[in-house]
Design a protein around this ligand. Structure first.
Ligand SMILES: *Cc1c(COP(=O)(O)O)cnc(C)c1O
Length: 227
């Protein structure tokens, strides 16, 4: 199936999942994960109406930004090394993987030159997996408090990648935990806006994520095929 066809199919599935749990499909935005995907395929998706794309690797993202910034915007969903913070602060409209104070401060510093705050999400390691990046759930409050004062970083919510499982239902408790954590933090006024973003759910489990409150789903394989 063409990229436009897959995109339509995903939007239908988003609408079905949203309707099932009495949410409005318009509350959920689709981030097209385009790591390793060609510039031509991104153009094709953009021509079919897709606007935001998720990239994991700085070098790849920079090249795509150079070629496509007139028709697409990019979110960072990968790890950022602090020596790459300047590029990241320039090319991304949102960084979803804030997990260290150092990187938050570096992005803040370099974003000033853009003249518009950088939207950001804190990545939470809900599964508590040893090898995975992300702030531990119990450390989030302190972390958000520490980066709250940075004027060029606008932290609007949380992002997570639960432990991998072929069964989407296995992700549900982690998605639920992220939503509850976000609600607790929002009550303490630790986010920059009243609308709190929850970036969760990928090709295999985005329907479950929507049922648990996702506002951004990150979909690669279901849109562009196997990497
Ligand atoms: C690659 C990636 C995705 C997309 O995964 P698919 O299973 O291909 O939809 C989503 N989020 C992050 C952080 C990723 O690295």
């Amino acid at each position: 199936m063409s990229i436009a066809g897959q995109l339509q199919k995903i939007h239908r599935k988003i609408a079905e999942s949203a309707t099932r749990c009495c949410r409005h499909p318009g509350e959920i935005s689709l981030l097209a994960v385009s790591k390793t995907v060609s510039v031509d395929s991104i153009r094709e998706a953009a021509a079919a109406g897709q606007r935001i794309f998720g990239e994991n690797y700085l070098q790849e993202a920079e090249e795509k930004y150079r070629q496509l910034s007139n028709l697409a915007e990019f979110h960072c969903i990968g790890h950022i090394q602090s020596n790459k913070a300047k590029i990241a602060a320039t090319i991304f409209s949102m960084v979803q993987t804030i997990d260290r104070e150092k990187i938050a401060r570096e992005l803040n510093k370099h974003r000033q030159a853009v003249g518009k705050p950088l939207a950001a999400l804190v990545q939470v390691n809900v599964g508590g997996e040893e090898q995975k990046s992300g702030v531990k759930a119990e450390d989030c409050e302190k972390f958000l408090f520490a980066i709250q004062e940075l004027p060029w970083l606008r932290v609007t919510g949380l992002m997570t990648i639960p432990p991998y499982s072929p069964n989407p239902e296995d992700s549900r408790p982690f998605f639920r935990e992220l939503r509850q954590l976000a609600a607790t933090l929002a009550a303490k006024k630790l986010f920059a806006a009243p609308k709190v973003e929850l970036s969760m759910g990928m090709s295999g489990d985005f329907a479950v994520a929507i049922e648990e409150g996702a506002t951004i789903i990150r979909v690669g394989t279901a849109l562009f095929g196997e990497r």
